[in-house]
Design a protein around this ligand. Structure first.
Ligand SMILES: C[S@@+](CC[C@H](N)C(=O)[O-])C[C@H]1O[C@@H](n2cnc3c(N)ncnc32)[C@H](O)[C@@H]1O
Length: 229
């Protein structure tokens, strides 16, 4: 009798988790069909024009999905370039009610990114800074719940160490051009360890982070912060 009751309760809980949680999550997302159309149009028209070391579309979509799935609101990007990844990140934030700070050191690329953000209709969700991230990352207070590192690879580990205390528990640190050792050992030649590889080894050594690598595009490491230490 008691077992049947427990079974029923367990079944109801399972139904709730399977059906109601996604509904609750999607309901908390802000709908803006006109903005969606503007962003899609901009991305379609420019899909073959990302020449400035920009992420491929599959990686942009990956960052978008991570933000939506976790309802992240406070994002930081290191390495704006002309804004392709920034557009995917900010598009997701326009739905969660968040904002992106993105940092670029090159004035020409920064200006182009600002123009692209405007054309995509996403300017209000982006604070684009023209600065050296080595310095600015130290000054930013955070806290952040989503970080995308895509600037100077040899500094990846330093960026992570600086930002770890500013990343919320439950937050996610992602980095681009990070390859898994298991997928052919890219990034390690003749005993030389690339900045990305050094970073990956470091973050994987931390017990409070859970890290996977998505190899479908340019290689994205995804590190979830499970606890403060
Ligand atoms: C790979 S690109 C970024 C691509 C961009 N995330 C996208 O997908 O559109 C790297 C950018 O980082 C910038 N960068 C390199 N070192 C930097 C630094 N110390 N501070 C800020 N930006 C830096 C470069 O100028 C370059 O535009």
């Amino acid at each position: 009798m008691k077992n049947t009751f427990l079974c029923r309760m367990w079944f109801i809980l399972l139904l709730f988790t399977l059906f109601l949680t996604p509904v609750a999550n999607s309901q908390s997302l802000k709908e803006n069909p006109a903005l969606d159309e503007q962003v899609r149009k901009f991305l379609n028209e420019n899909s073959r024009r990302w020449y400035d070391m920009n992420v491929p579309e599959v990686d942009g979509k990956l960052l978008y999905d991570i933000i939506i799935k976790n309802n992240y609101k406070s994002a930081l990007e290191i390495g704006t370039s002309t804004g392709h990844s920034g557009i995917w990140i900010a598009w997701a934030l326009s739905k969660t009610g968040g904002k992106l700070i993105t940092i670029e050191i090159d004035e020409g690329r920064h200006r182009q990114a600002v123009e692209n953000f405007k054309k995509a209709g996403l300017s209000e969700y982006i604070d684009a800074r023209l600065a050296d991230a080595h310095q600015l990352v130290k000054e930013l207070k955070g806290p952040f719940d989503f970080i995308f590192s895509d600037a100077d690879k040899e500094w990846y580990k330093n960026y992570f160490i600086e930002l770890d205390p500013k990343l919320k528990v439950g937050g996610c640190f992602t980095a681009h051009n990070v390859y898994d050792y298991g997928s052919g050992g890219r990034g390690s030649r003749g005993g030389f360890r690339s900045g990305q590889q050094e970073f990956l080894e470091y973050v994987r050594s931390l017990p409070n982070y859970e890290t996977t690598v998505d190899n479908r595009g340019g290689g994205v490491s995804i590190s979830y912060k499970k606890s403060s230490r």
